[in-house]
Design a protein around this ligand. Sequence first.
Ligand code: NAP
Length: 269
Amino acid sequence: MGLLEGKTAIVFGLANDRSIAWGILQAFHREGATLGISYAGEALKRRILPLAEQLGCNWVEECDVSRDDQIAAAAEKAAAHFGKIDVLVHSIAFAQREELSGLFYNTTREGFRIAMDISVYSFVALAKAFQPLLNPGASLITMTYYGSVKVAPHYNVMGVAKAALEATTRYLAYDFGPQGVRVNAISAGPIRTLAAAGVSGFRDMYKYFADIAPMRENITIEDVGNAAVFLASDLSKRITGEVLYVDSGFNIVGVQIHPEFSQRQSASA
Ligand code: NAP
């Protein structure tokens, strides 16, 4: 029996088959969950429908999370279709491309507002809108990145947004705790997706990641999907307000040694 048998999960933020949301949806499907998928806008529909079909998912709804009316409509449609739900995944972030290169202090007021609105406030807004639909034991999950706690060059306003998102996770966890609902974040290592392509220097960061990470491997959307299964399932039923790193151990390294030096060391050991 699958770990998510009998549970209904809605995943926000599917853009294509490289999205982290796709890794999560596939893992949820494997574990027996009933699925709902939400995507950002009409332009994506053509790509999303065949993916939804692969998973036998027949709740596929557009929702631009910068729009309160669309969030309310998504919650209404979910209530009508599913009644109650057990898992909500927020796998959404956005910053204007010009904010993701160069100096952080050049961040514009509008660029800051947009990044915080779409990447952070949307999690609060979704949690509030879906609150009446959540079964006891339900799990809310969002996606963050290590640039929230340490500087990742060019990540800029998105690093600040992820710090706010992690704090948001804790505040939501506090509010939802008495209802028996858990709220956690997954901090994933770099993965080649559409969103990542917008960050200047991402290609190099991705390339050297495996040289520095203790496990010497990049991570995949399947790795994130499996961690999300744990957070969505009853196996994690007393875990809330946490940030779970899925990054081959990258975040534990305090002093990075040049990859060539560390390879010489391993060879001589
Ligand atoms: P992705 O496939 O591009 O997914 C990002 C999603 O956010 C897209 O579906 C995008 O839709 C959606 N989105 C943007 N603005 C939206 C809006 N106003 N309303 C609704 N949806 C909106 O990239 P991803 O890497 O899987 O990103 C998913 C999450 O993982 C993000 O929070 C990201 O920061 C996080 N993360 C990624 C990495 C990585 O290295 N890839 C690492 C750690 C954390 P559109 O395509 O239409 O804009």
